[in-house]
Structure formats: structure tokens, C-alpha cells
Design a protein around this ligand. Structure first.
Ligand code: ATP
Length: 683
């Protein structure tokens, strides 16, 4: 203490620190822009690489006016890491989205992912983690306008919930998904900061923050293992394009521009998908037993050699007898390496056998001779006969169109009915002409991997994971065999005929049986009344799963209206909802969408499709129930629940689809129906 009173109030001091941090960031950017690489690079390739790295850095140093540079402050009782002996001085850190330092290199803002930031998310009165003060900042527009203090080491101060956190959660939604760095909760933070080595599976009801947690975990891992993941790559997998659009700005806002996004269909897009399967066929095609069928069918292409190979070199002839070839082939089969890798190894093995003979005959052949022998036409011909190349798509095509071929390789694996289900009814001319389905593409991906190993990434986030078939889990799993995975989902929201019944099974198919399963139960999206209403479906769709506990203070508004004129009433409910701030989703059975689109157009109401960004001017989206998963709207108008249920092949799936639709609302839900409601929702 200086003895003189501080002329500035705390808020002004914090504002000063914000202004100073912003100019420090500007200076960092100017430094990056001023880098002259002409003298340090040897050639233009290096120069181009370096320049693009610098450009990335400049981009990442941008000061975004709508994202505050810091959102919190931690006052440590002692400098972290220092000896906590009496007299050791405390230290103060501002926590933000990125690291900012001043001209001397001293930190002005610390990255939220740094170890010293962790108490911001985890510290509590019970476990203060050496924190004297935790301060949260409130912003209006880009201006710092409020702060809120917790004196964690002060036993007399009562614990209370943060108003700023409540405000953030209750904020009217508009536009794409945003990051939650300022308000990550302790149980979420544990998942976010779990290590790169292990896989994590998160079960959580609607709005518990699974997607948010998965995205922040990638950001965290990229910070903690930047070089390794830059080399191996990261990928976020979501259910469809509109969902990926909805979440695509979260990671860039956290400064992470390199993370790829894809749907499972994108991953396995080896052929053009123009066909569909009925549910029964898709279930069989998605069954993990198909992997065994494919493996058997592929290996059936290897035939045991019946003739010896004769290699002529100069005046000498070298003969590798059939029994020796058989040994080589048998050994390769037993080693269980990829079909293609074994095929590549075979000529070298044969050549080696020739070399052994040469050595026995007193010659001293070197590696070049072995290579030459391996390329010899007689060896090539033998390899082609014994271990022919196999095109994965053609292999699948033959299994699906040749009943005898399928019967031989599915024997003891699929029963006759199952075989009939997956066989194409009409003959198909070739890979290009075939009307491949999404499930077929996954089979081709599996066959591809049997031939040549699929490239594995460092980390994969799999969102809405409950909907994948076992074969799809395998497709994702082989993209992270050498890496780890974050698997996010809700068993109650499984709406495919093959949706998983247990995470244990799903993880086994994924090849991550050792993943830790965590559960999130606090709901950040759906208001209390609405989640209570939707949860009435839980006993029918996922008995045993706990109801989400809404952490929102507002109970929310829930209106259920029986009407005569459905179109008009749904539109009217949209008009009412539009009187509030925020986005509006009109969710309806897919079959109802054309009629509602027409009605909206006739009424002169503009609307968007899912994935198109809601803005303060266009806030209404017409959402087919099949695309609602993972999305959220401030107000939701749900048109005719019975039609949503009827849109699915069976009642349980229908009710699950309805559960998804009922849990998209942030502030209020209006259910409009002319037909009867499903009994669980009846008054
Ligand atoms: N700690 C938090 N602070 C503020 N907002 C949060 C927090 N956690 C989640 N949210 C918000 O809650 C909403 C729901 O989160 P998210 O979409 O990640 O949930 P989900 O579990 O994936 O839901 P669903 O099962 O419906 O896909 C989002 O708007 C998200 O930003």
C-alpha cells in the first residue's frame, strides 16, 4: 500500500488494464506484420511457408471488438509455483481467450488454457486453490461495465451463484453457437482438461453442454500439445452439414483455425451415394459382423500357389518351388497385416528365397539384386495369381449382388434372411452405375481399410455419437487408432434404427473400450418447465436416464395449444414469438415442412433453413424435425407432435425424435397441435 488513496475506482482500473492490454496486443500484431523474412530464408519455398505462418499469427492476433480480451482475474495468495513460505508475494492474472504480453514480455492476459488459469474454473470455497480473489467481468457491447468478486479464502463470505454466469446462460440466442470460455463449469472443465492420452465419453441430456465441452476440449488439447497435434491433426465429427455450420465459428473464435469438421458420410465418401436402404437392410449392413464378412471375402482372393516360380538371370535359372511359396504366403496370411501391405511384401519375400539360393550357389548378391528379382516378370506374374489386387468397392459390389459369393463368405456369420435383406434386387453393371447407400459407403470404407491402413489422427471429437451404427463407429475408430477420442451423446436422443443402447458397446466398436464415461446433468439450455414437460417421455425412450436439472433461473414459458387450423396457428405462434428478442425455430415433422413453407411464404414471412445463420433481421428458421438435433433457438414453436412421432418407423424412435424437438428452446416453447398428443404429454 502506498498510503495515498487510489484516485481510481476498481472498475476504472480494470478498464485501464483492458485498454493497456489492447494496445499491447496491437503492438504484438504490428511486430508480426513488420517481420522481414528476406534475410532469414534460404529459398522461396521456405519463405512461402514462413510467410503463411506469419499471416496465420497476424490473423490470430486480431482484436475482435465483440469478444473481450479478458473475462476474469485471479489474485493468488502466493506466486504460483513459488515457495509458499511466509512473506512470498501474491500475484495477479487476467484470464482471457489468448495470451497477451507487454513490451517487456510480461503477461497482460493469460490464456484460459494455461495451468495458472485453472482455478478460475475449479476453485471453490471448499478448495480455494490458493486464490484470494476471483473476479468475473461483465461487458456491454465491447465495454467493460461490471465485475463480480468472490473472496475464496475468506471464510466469512457466503458462497453465492454468479449473476454474470446467470446472465450469460439466459442471454437470448441469435446467430451461430458461441464459445463458453468465460463460464465453463467445474464438471465441464474436468472433461475439457482431461489429457490427450485418454479417450472420454460424455453422456448428457439435452443442453448439458456436450458440444461446447467437446469443442473446448479440442482447443485445450491444441494448446497443451500444439506441435504433436499440428502434425497428426484433429477432427470434429457432427451429424450433418447444418449442425457443422452452427458450430463452425466456436474454435476460430478461440484462435484455433486448423481443426477440420466432417460428417461420418464425408469421411467415407469413396463413392457417390445415390441410393437408400430400408431400415432392416441398413441395420444388417451397419452390424459389426459385416466386418467379418468383408474380411473373409477379401482374404478369399488369396490362392495357394500350385506352380513354382522360375527366375531367369543371365544364364542361370532359379526355381522357388510351390511348397516354399506356400510357406511364404501362409506366413503372410498368419501375420495378419493389411491385404495391400502383404501384397507389396510378397515379391520381396520371393526374391529373398531366390537370393538364399544364389548365396548357396556361391554368389554374393546385394540389395539391388533382390530388388531386380522382385521386379522380375515371373515373380510379378506369380504375385498377381496368388495375391491379386482387389478393388474395395468392387468387393462390396460383389457381396451385395452375387448371392453365392455372399453365402460363402457370410456362412456362420449372417443367417439366410439377413443375407437376403442386404442383397440388391436388381443386377448392377459396375461401381459407377451402382446406387450406393450411405451404409454401403461405410462397408467400402471398411474394405479400404482391410486393403490399406486408414490414416489416423491425433484426436477426434465425435458428437451426437448415439446415432452411429457399429460399422460407423469402426469407421471413426480407425481414424483415431493412434490418437484419442472425445465421444459425446445422449442415449435418449438416438433416432436411428441402429442407435446404440450402451456406451460400453459403442466404445468397444470404436476401439476405445478403455474410455472413461462421464455424465453431465446440469442443463444450460432448456428452461425448467420445458425440460420437465419433455422429460415425461424419458421412461418410454430411455428408462434409467436421469432428468436434466436446468440451471436457468427463469422457469421459461411453456404453452400447449389445441387448434383447429394447424398452419394458421403455428404461424400465429411464430408471430407471437417474434415479438421477443432472439431466434425462433418452427420445428415440424419433415412431411409438414412443405405445407408450412407455403403458408409462411403466403403470409410474407421470411424464414431460413437450418444451418443458415440467424441474424437480428431474419430470426425465424423452419426446421424439419430430422435436422433439429444439436441446434437451439430462443423460442421454439413445435408443430403437431403426433406428426413428428408418426414420421419415424417405430413409436420409440418417434418419441425420441419428439424429445429432441421439445428440447431445443432456450426461453420458451409453444406446442401447437390439432391431432391428439402422445399420451405421455396429454394434460
Ligand atoms: N458453462 C456454460 N456456460 C454458459 N453456457 C453454456 C455452458 N455450457 C453450455 N452452455 C450453453 O448451453 C447450450 C447447450 O449446449 P450444447 O449445445 O453444448 O449442449 P448439448 O449437450 O450438446 O445439447 P444437445 O444434446 O441438445 O445436443 C449452448 O448454448 C451452450 O453455449
Amino acid at each position: 500500500m502506498h498510503g495515498r488513496p487510489d484516485p481510481l475506482d476498481p472498475l476504472s482500473r480494470e478498464r485501464n488494464h483492458l485498454a493497456a492490454s489492447r494496445s499491447a496486443l496491437r503492438a504484438m500484431r504490428e511486430d508480426a506484420e513488420a517481420l522481414d523474412i528476406r534475410d532469414v530464408t534460404a529459398n522461396w519455398v521456405n519463405a512461402a511457408v514462413l510467410q503463411s505462418q506469419i499471416d496465420e499469427r497476424i490473423k490470430s492476433l486480431a482484436d475482435l471488438s465483440h469478444t473481450p480480451l479478458f473475462f476474469g482475474r485471479l489474485d493468488y495468495l502466493h506466486a504460483p509455483g513459488a515457495d509458499q513460505a511466509e512473506g512470498a508475494e501474491g500475484e495477479q492474472f487476467y484470464i482471457g481467450r489468448r495470451h497477451v504480453h507487454d513490451a517487456d514480455g510480461d503477461p497482460m492476459v493469460i490464456d484460459w488454457r494455461a495451468p495458472v488459469s485453472q482455478p478460475f474454473y475449479r476453485a471453490s470455497k471448499k478448495a480455494p486453490m490458493d486464490i484470494a480473489l476471483r473476479r468475473r467481468f461483465g461487458y456491454t457491447g465491447g465495454d467493460l461495465t461490471a465485475y463480480e468478486d468472490e473472496h475464496l479464502s475468506d471464510a466469512d463470505e457466503a458462497e453465492r451463484t454468479s449473476k454474470l454466469l446467470q446472465q450469460e446462460i439466459e442471454r437470448p440466442r441469435v446467430g451461430p453457437m458461441r464459445d463458453i470460455v468465460a463460464t465453463i463449469q467445474p464438471e465441464q472443465d474436468e472433461i475439457v482438461r482431461s489429457g490427450l492420452g485418454g479417450s472420454v465419453c460424455v453422456q448428457g441430456g439435452p443442453g448439458t453442454g456436450k458440444t461446447a465441452v467437446g469443442l473446448h476440449r479440442v482447443a485445450y488439447l491444441l494448446y497443451a500439445h500444439r506441435e504433436r497435434l499440428a502434425r497428426t491433426g484433429t477432427l470434429v465429427i457432427g451429424p450433418n452439414k447444418s449442425f457443422l455450420h452452427y458450430i463452425e465459428q466456436v474454435l476460430p473464435a478461440l484462435g484455433e483455425l486448423e481443426v477440420k469438421q466432417a460428417t461420418v458420410d464425408d469421411l467415407v465418401a469413396h463413392v457417390e451415394v445415390r441410393g437408400t436402404d430400408d431400415a432392416a437392410a441398413a441395420v444388417v449392413k451397419g452390424d459389426a459382423r459385416m466386418a467379418a464378412v468383408l474380411r473373409k471375402a477379401l482374404r478369399s482372393h488369396v490362392t495357394m500357389p500350385v506352380e513354382s516360380v522360375v527366375v531367369v538371370r543371365g544364364s542361370r535359372r532359379w526355381r522357388v518351388p510351390a511348397y516354399e511359396l506356400e510357406e511364404i504366403v501362409g506366413e503372410l496370411l498368419a501375420r495378419d497385416i493389411r491385404y495391400g501391405a502383404a501384397r507389396d511384401a510378397l515379391p520381396q519375400r520371393i526374391a529373398h528365397a531366390v537370393l538364399v539360393q544364389m548365396e548357396r550357389a556361391g554368389e554374393a548378391p546385394d540389395d539391388r539384386v533382390q530388388d531386380a528379382v522382385a521386379r522380375n516378370s515371373a515373380v510379378k506374374a506369380a504375385v498377381k495369381a496368388v495375391w491379386p489386387p482387389v478393388d474395395p468397392a468392387k468387393l462390396v459390389l460383389r457381396l451385395l449382388s452375387d448371392p453365392e459369393f455372399l453365402a460363402v463368405h457370410a456362412e456362420g456369420i449372417l443367417d439366410e434372411d439377413e443375407q437376403k435383406l442386404i442383397l440388391w434386387s436388381k443386377p448392377v453393371r459396375g461401381v459407377k452405375a451402382a446406387k450406393w447407400s450411405a451404409a454401403d459407403a461405410v462397408l467400402i470404407d471398411e474394405a479400404n481399410d482391410l486393403v490399406a491402413r486408414t490414416h489416423s489422427l491425433g484426436h477426434v471429437v465425435l458428437d451426437e455419437a448415439q446415432d452411429l451404427s457399429p460399422m460407423q463407429y469402426r469407421a471413426v475408430g480407425r481414424r483415431c487408432t493412434t490418437g484419442s477420442a472425445t465421444v459425446l451423446g445422449d442415449l435418449a436422443q438416438g433416432t436411428t434404427p441402429w442407435a446404440t443402447r450402451s456406451w460400453e458397446q459403442a466404445l468397444a466398436h470404436l476401439g476405445k473400450g478403455d474410455a472413461v464415461v462421464e455424465e453431465l446433468t446440469a442443463g444450460f439450455r432448456v428452461p425448467r418447465e420445458v425440460i420437465a414437460y419433455a422429460s415425461r417421455l424419458l421412461p418410454s425412450i430411455a428408462p434409467g436416464l436421469a432428468e436434466v436439472k436446468s440451471v436457468r433461473e427463469s422457469a421459461g414459458s411453456l404453452v400447449v395449444r389445441q387448434v383447429a387450423d394447424l398452419d394458421a396457428a403455428s404461424l400465429e405462434a411464430c408471430v407471437e414469438s417474434l415479438r421477443h428478442e432472439g431466434s425462433i425455430g418452427l420445428i415440424a415433422a419433415d412431411a409438414r415442412v412443405p405445407a408450412l413453407a407455403k403458408a409462411l411464404e403466403a403470409a410474407g414471412m421470411t424464414y431460413l433453413s437450418p444451418g443458415e445463420e440467424t441474424t437480428p433481421d431474419t430470426r425465424l428458421t423452419l426446421v424439419p424435425a430430422s435436422l433439429a438435433k444439436g441446434l437451439e433457438y430462443d423460442y421454439v414453436v413445435l408443430d403437431e407432435p403426433a406428426a413428428v412421432v408418426d414420421g419415424e418407423p417405430d413409436e420409440r424412435t418417434g418419441l425420441r425424435r419428439l424429445y429432441v424437438a421439445l428440447t431445443r428452446a432456450v426461453s420458451g416453447l409453444t406446442v401447437v397441435h390439432s391431432a391428439g398428443l402422445p399420451e405421455q404429454l396429454a394434460p
